[in-house]
Design a protein around this ligand. Structure first.
Ligand code: ADP
Ligand code: MN
Length: 183
């Protein structure tokens, strides 16, 4: 069996991508339609205050990565013990242990569409242009391809509602296949 060293009965999915590409919306839908447990990593960071200082120029907190990973490790272990699969969403992916995930979805959006979404979100011009540039340079996709087996990294478009629906459907099919292969 070449599906790695997991003993999981249910797989774990990571939805990643530049802010505004639609991770949280998609991960919620996947959870709703498949029974996977949605973990919004950004929310987890806020809830548990996984902060390590504050950058006043960028007006952002520095992430306390060790604290976050400890908390997540517990969640992943508990879910594995209870045969619950996870769909996590976060704008970065290289910080997580490779063994946590069976599928990495990297969401992509066109520049104009992302511009509008980030404007609507009230991002400052600086923060907006930083994120747009990161999307154009496919920073998250490259990060995912470096951090994980390229075979599990899937780049998917997330411009339209139709894209979203097809991404959910794709996950459902993948999940059924994974379950068939691992039982
Ligand atoms: P992220 O979690 O990646 O920052 P969100 O899931 O919060 O992004 O989505 C940002 C905004 O874009 C939301 O208003 C959401 O409804 C919209 N959106 C996300 N994905 C799509 C899509 N595929 N088609 C249309 N609108 C989308
Ligand atoms: Mn989000």
């Amino acid at each position: 069996d070449d599906d790695g060293d997991t003993n999981r009965k249910r797989p774990n999915i990571l939805v990643t991508g530049t802010p505004g590409t639609g991770k949280t919306v998609l991960a919620s839908l996947i959870a709703e339609q498949t029974g996977l447990k949605h973990i919004n990593v950004g929310d987890l960071i806020k809830q548990h205050k996984c902060y390590d200082g504050h950058d006043s120029t960028l007006d952002t907190h520095f992430l306390d990565e060790d604290k976050l990973l400890d908390i997540m490790e517990n969640v992943f272990q508990e879910c594995e013990d209870e045969n619950i699969g996870i769909v996590a969403d976060y704008h970065s992916c290289e910080l997580f242990p490779e063994r946590w995930f069976d599928l990495i979805l990297v969401l992509r959006a066109n520049t104009e569409i992302l511009y509008d979404r980030l404007t609507e979100r009230g991002y400052s011009e600086k923060k907006r242009s930083e994120n747009l540039e990161a999307e154009i340079m496919q920073v998250v996709l490259d990060e995912a391809r470096e951090a994980y087996d390229v075979e599990i990294v899937h780049e998917v478009m997330s411009n339209t509602v139709e894209d979203m629906e097809s991404n959910v459907e794709r996950c459902r099919i993948w999940l059924n296949q994974w379950t068939a292969n691992n039982s």
